[in-house]
Design a protein around this ligand. Structure first.
Ligand SMILES: Nc1ncnc2c1ncn2[C@@H]1O[C@H](COP(=O)(O)OP(=O)(O)OP(=O)(O)O)[C@@H](O)[C@H]1O
Length: 519
């Protein structure tokens, strides 16, 4: 009998097959193929190891079907694959980070058993921020080499005057995303009420609860509010918030470790299965990650059968989720799918009024009306527009008036152009006369660091990506680095005309043309 092929042998053959196929890849994407190695095989599942997040995204988004077919051709069976970022690369990043951060004290570092990238990236040190009172970032006890922690976007109002939220160490909840600071209106009232009922009576009538809707409408906020409220009612409950990215990373890591010991996989299962409430954000992103889907299906069933509450968020209704098996979709439909629609004008004004109050700024009604007219579809962008107006007033030491707001938001157009982080990075590179690689790279030159922070801030403002995902795109940086970059740029926009103009001009070009062209 012939020896079964090793993971690397399978990959080598698959790689050769792929080279012979007409793949629709840009040269940069095609180069990613050389960054893949196969490090392990578990039955019919192969572990692919890559050195960065970009390669992983290319595999998932562009190569999934071709890879699956090529694996089948090479092995004669259906092979599923999981992708991990090389733990050595992450450990090296972690070491560099720690060395350059003498001020990060022991209490800020993770107690995790994993090699975690702590606190800051090598590029931005705490000293470079003028937030003397800034709270120490909380790191998690369950972190991974791949992501330290995902942010809960529900309360990420990026302003210098509000307290940026950090995830709770034990539950990963964003403590600041609550029902009492979620402004209800016709478009979200039903979802809010059902979420509140699920928080008050977990595991009963609304299980699973499935919340869906477009980007920036408050889904993550509600998901976190469920956990926070349930804990308020019963502090003994075991609650866990996660998102697809984090869950997948933890799963892949646990799987890798199971070569040496079962402890990591047991701990991982324990974290997700021994809970009373499991909150999963952005479930659409596990599509195509077959092994993770299988694991999640089993976890879902176990929790459901034991009467535990599950709440799930997605950008589309269960029936429109692509790349997930019907048996999982029918489970999602067992409970109650609820939709959040874009807010009407009155709700947008009410949200703006609440956000202005939180920032202790007085904004006349006609200005709130104007902002609400300019930004119609996304509450995150609504917050961004408000930030811009407040920054303009502070920069020029002028009162906030309708004409000041008009001037500030003159370039603000609702656009159908999809803005991606790649567009943002290319545009920022063009604006600052740098290269794409400079912006995502590790140079600490002042100009490069400034461009990188602007690009991170804009990725946060103009895309629906979480801090973790943005950090991953910017060379595998930690989520707290992204958060600090966002805070710094928001603060600078109120003090420095150059930064204000850079953000304004870049945003206008991206919204109108999808990119800022090189001059
Ligand atoms: N009704 C609301 N009241 C107060 N704040 C809101 C409301 N809706 C959204 N927000 C705020 O808007 C921002 C974006 O919301 P959130 O991140 O929850 O959106 P999302 O639907 O999860 O977006 P995505 O799909 O892009 O992840 C957050 O700061 C959130 O607190």
């Amino acid at each position: 009998m012939s020896e079964p092929m090793s993971a690397q042998e399978i990959w080598d053959k698959t790689y050769q097959l792929l080279l012979d196929q007409p793949l629709e890849l840009t040269p940069r994407e095609a180069a990613c193929l050389t960054d893949i190695s196969a490090t392990n095989m578990f039955g019919t599942m192969i572990v692919l190891t890559v050195s960065n997040e970009f390669t992983r995204t290319v595999i998932e988004k562009k190569l999934h079907a071709s890879l699956t077919a090529a694996f089948a051709q090479v092995t004669g069976q259906t092979i599923t694959f999981v992708i991990q970022i090389d733990p050595d690369v992450l450990a090296r990043q972690s070491a560099t980070t720690t060395q350059t951060l003498p001020r990060v004290s022991a209490e800020h570092t993770s107690t995790s058993q994993f090699p975690v990238i702590t606190a800051q990236s090598p590029v931005v040190t705490r000293d470079s921020f003028d937030f003397a009172e800034e709270p120490a970032p909380v790191t998690t006890t369950t972190s991974l080499p791949i992501v330290e922690a995902a942010d809960a976007k529900g309360d990420m109002t990026i302003t210098p005057t509000t307290t940026m939220s950090y995830r709770d160490e034990a539950t990963h909840l964003n403590k600041n995303a609550r029902f009492d600071n979620f402004v209800p209106g016709d478009s979200n009232k039903f979802a809010k009420n059902i979420a509140l009922a699920a928080a008050e009576r977990p595991g009963l009538e609304y299980n699973p609860l499935f919340i869906y809707g477009a980007s920036g409408l408050g889904k993550t906020h509600l998901l976190n509010a469920i956990g926070n409220h349930a804990l308020l009612m019963n502090p003994h409950l075991r609650v866990r918030y996660t998102n697809s990215e984090e869950m997948t990373n933890e799963f892949v890591y646990a799987l890798e470790q199971s070569r040496h010991t079962n402890t990591v996989m047991n701990d991982f299962n324990h974290r997700y299965r021994d809970v009373d409430i499991l909150l999963v954000d952005d479930i659409q992103f596990i599509a195509g990650r077959d092994a993770t889907v299988e694991w999640f299906f089993n976890t879902f069933n176990e929790l459901y059968e034991n009467g535990k509450q599950i709440a799930i968020v997605s950008d589309v209704a269960p029936k429109n989720l692509k790349g997930l098996p019907d048996r999982l979709i029918s489970r999602f439909n067992q409970g109650l799918p609820v939709n959040i629609d874009p807010p009407a004008h009155e709700l947008r004004v009410a949200i703006l009024r609440m956000k202005a109050k939180t920032q202790h700024v007085d904004i006349p009604m006609d200005v709130l009306d104007l902002i609400a007219e300019k930004v119609t579809d996304n509450v995150r962008e609504l917050e961004g527009a408000l930030t811009r107006v407040v920054a303009m007033s502070s920069l020029n030491n002028k009162q906030i008036t309708k004409s000041l707001a008009e001037q500030t938001l003159s370039d603000y157009t609702n656009t159908t152009i999809e803005i991606t982080p790649a567009n943002i990075i290319t545009s920022v590179a063009n604006y600052y006369k740098l290269t794409f690689d400079d912006v995502v790279g590790s140079s600490r030159t002042k100009n490069v660091a400034q461009a990188r922070q602007v690009a991170m801030y804009m990725s946060r403002e103009l895309t629906s990506m979480s801090l973790v995902d943005i950090g991953a795109i910017f060379g595998g940086r930690d989520h707290s680095t992204v958060m600090h970059a966002c805070r710094k740029i928001v603060s600078e926009m109120s003090e420095n005309m150059e930064t204000f103009n850079a953000v304004k001009e870049l945003t206008a070009h991206l919204k109108q043309n999808g990119e800022y062209a090189a001059r």
